[in-house]
Design a protein around this ligand. Structure first.
Ligand code: HEC
Length: 614
């Protein structure tokens, strides 16, 4: 199709027909044979041609070689996979759309040992409150409207940017879809070094803290899409250790790990939910959990499973393939740590097979010492679901058939101004909860959104003082999710659970824009006096803490000239990453080319105008 076909014609003219004696099938035949059944509309979550066409041939090839489509592409040779990738993308594999940013020189290249990280990983603090105080952010909500775009960096071969950056040593560390970890100079965006993994880095990056000025070689921690955990030297970019914490073939790591007192806490999720679309797949054997490591040596100390018992065969599906349960309850959020109680809090997702068990769609308190489940509070009992439910024949779809109400957003551990310790959680059902950290009993619960498969609370709430910010990703989910949607931002009074304000997304925001949705999926970030959150409409907004008024906004869904020349594109904000703040700057990724959202591949760096700097 398109360019790939043109290229063949050109080659044919040069070398003559004899060079084609090896009779390779063409891309369209390969697509029909191996992919059409799902991507032709048979599986609703499988990106259709219109989305595959806007992916780069590199990312399609990577999905087949080392990403989520390995099983589906395994019957093809390496050459056939290349032909297919070029055919689907309509582009040759050697076309390079993005020039890498310039390599740093002089002071910009130097690791600054006097600048340890000011925050603790993805959650900003160990309770996942995601609040940047003014002394770290270098701005308050009153000053932030002075932000203007300073530079844009494009991730090569990417249609989404899901890794939340981290700042330390004068560098900005960020992962990317093509599996590269980038160390950029935080001021100018030049490249200090890169490190290549085998698969997409979706997690945020966590930096080991150190004492300012000391001779140090701190480590960076993150995970990749095929379940590897990495520790990389923050100064040199060299690999220090790597491990795959579970031998399940579908293991994936999508949440940033949490780091405390020399131990690394890694949440385990899986792609088995997708594999189950195939009726011949014996569904399902994965159990979610948190793997605990000695952060320095990389020794895997233990795994805390979200389901106590290992899965066993419980029956057969309609075509005779084994059914295995209990399974699922994946963890796709960063654990909130409570070292005083020696507990970590996580939210779990649905079961993959029937019967559902008692720890799916639950908030769990897990022992930081031995991993045992200390308490469990289940919000949606009887939720078993997998992608088989999205296929026409639904052979592997469990009888429970959803509603697929995961806890995607990280659980928060905080203390109110009256001194009450709470655990806060938000679910894809659109409901939020405050729990007692010792018992798991409800303090209050409140339904704010309608909820849905990508609706409700999706990736990240944030807190300042007694204010809880709840981004709501409700959108048109079809007949299965009837009722009014509430896309937009909520602010909730934490002691009482009452809504202080709700600012809906503008009604016409998606008029005429393809793959646009009004909801807020991405993690939000609190600063002094307000909250910054990106929407699936590609717009970043700052909401006032007291009134909910939008104080500043920026439409990111456009082309940018990028560092190093060439251009990059912004798109929807979605997934686990949210804006981060440092010393008068704000950094945020834009682009969420998956599940029918606007693709994009940029990291945007904003700074205060000179005259509004504090
Ligand atoms: C059994 C059904 C099925 C078949 C067969 C299948 N896919 Fe997929 N594919 C899916 C689903 C479902 C997703 C979305 C999965 C996800 O992101 O969790 C997907 C996602 C993808 C993506 C996006 C990957 C990413 O990282 O976002 C690409 C590219 C892709 N498929 C290519 C292919 C190609 C090429 C073939 C043929 C060799 C193929 N698929 C065969 C179901 C299928």
């Amino acid at each position: 199709m398109k360019h790939a076909a043109l290229r063949c014609v050109a080659l044919l003219a040069l070398v003559g027909p004899l060079a084609y004696a090896d009779d390779l099938p063409d891309g369209e035949q390969l697509y029909q044979k191996h992919c059409e059944a799902c991507h032709g509309g048979g599986v609703s979550k499988a990106p259709q041609m219109s989305l595959l066409e806007i992916m780069s041939p590199q990312s399609i090839l990577r999905a087949m070689q080392s990403g989520v489509m390995q099983v589906q592409a395994s019957a093809m040779s390496a050459r056939e996979q290349e032909i297919l990738a070029e055919h689907l993308a309509g582009q040759s594999l050697d076309a390079h759309a993005v020039n890498p940013a310039p390599v740093c020189s002089g002071a910009a290249a130097e690791f600054n040992a006097a600048a340890p990280p000011k925050t603790r990983g993805w959650g900003v603090d160990r309770g996942n409150q995601r609040f940047f105080p003014a002394e770290v952010a270098g701005m308050t909500a009153a000053e932030a409207p002075g932000l203007e775009l300073k530079w844009a960096f494009a991730f090569p071969g990417a249609v989404r940017a899901r890794s939340q950056p981290a700042i330390a040593g004068g560098a900005l560390y960020v992962g990317s879809q093509d599996g590269t970890l980038w160390a950029l100079d935080k001021k100018t965006g030049c490249v200090r070094w890169t490190f290549s993994t085998v698969a997409e880095i979706r997690t945020g990056i966590v930096v080991e803290p150190w004492e300012a000025g000391a001779e140090v070689e701190p480590l960076l921690y993150f995970g990749d899409l095929i379940g590897n955990v990495y520790a990389v030297n923050a100064v040199t970019g060299e690999l220090v250790w790597r491990d795959r914490p579970d031998d399940h073939p579908s293991l994936t790591i999508t949440a940033a790990p949490a780091l405390h007192d020399g131990r690394l806490y890694v949440s385990l999720s899986s792609l088995e939910v997708t594999a189950a679309a195939d009726p011949q797949y014996a569904c399902c054997t994965f159990r979610g959990g948190v793997a605990v490591y000695d952060a320095h040596s990389g020794e895997h100390l233990f795994t805390s499973y979200t389901i106590d018992e290992p899965p066993t065969v419980v029956g057969r599906n309609a075509i005779g393939t084994e059914r295995i349960a209990p399974s699922g309850s994946p963890v796709w959020n960063t654990p909130a740590l409570d070292p005083e109680r020696k507990l970590m809090f996580v939210g779990t997702g649905e079961n993959y097979s029937s019967p559902a068990n008692e720890t799916s769609d639950a908030v769990l308190a897990l022992s930081m010492e031995d991993g045992r489940i200390v308490w469990s509070q289940q919000m949606t009992p009887g939720d078993a679901w997998n992608m088989g439910c999205e296929t026409e024949k639904r052979i592997n779809c469990p009888p429970e058939d959803g509603p697929d109400y995961d806890f995607g957003a990280a659980t928060i551990r905080m203390t109110t101004s009256e001194g009450r310790d709470l655990v806060l959680a938000g679910q894809k059902s659109g409901e939020i909860f405050a729990l007692d950290p010792d018992s798991g009993e409800f303090v209050w619960r409140r339904k704010l959104g309608r909820g849905g498969i990508q609706g409700g609370v999706h990736f990240g709430m944030s807190v300042q003082g007694d204010t809880l910010y709840v981004p709501m990703s409700d959108f048109d989910g079809g007949p299965r999710w009837p009722g009014k949607a509430y896309p937009g931002m909520f602010a909730v009074d934490i002691p009482t659970g009452k809504v202080r304000w709700y600012t809906p997304s503008p009604e016409d925001v998606c008029a005429g824009r393809e793959f646009c949705q009004p909801g807020l999926s991405a993690a939000s970030t609190a600063i002094d006096g307000g909250v910054m959150a990106g929407g699936m409409d590609g717009v970043l907004r700052l909401y006032d803490r007291a009134s909910g008024e939008v104080l500043w906004s920026f439409d990111s869904a456009r082309e940018y000239p990028v560092l190093g020349g060439g251009s990059g594109r912004g798109g929807s904000f979605g997934g686990g990453a949210g804006p981060i703040f440092d010393d008068g700057m704000m950094y945020v990724n834009s682009g969420y080319g998956i599940y029918f959202h606007m693709p994009g591949n940029v990291l945007l760096a904003f700074g205060l105008e000179e005259d509004s700097a504090p």
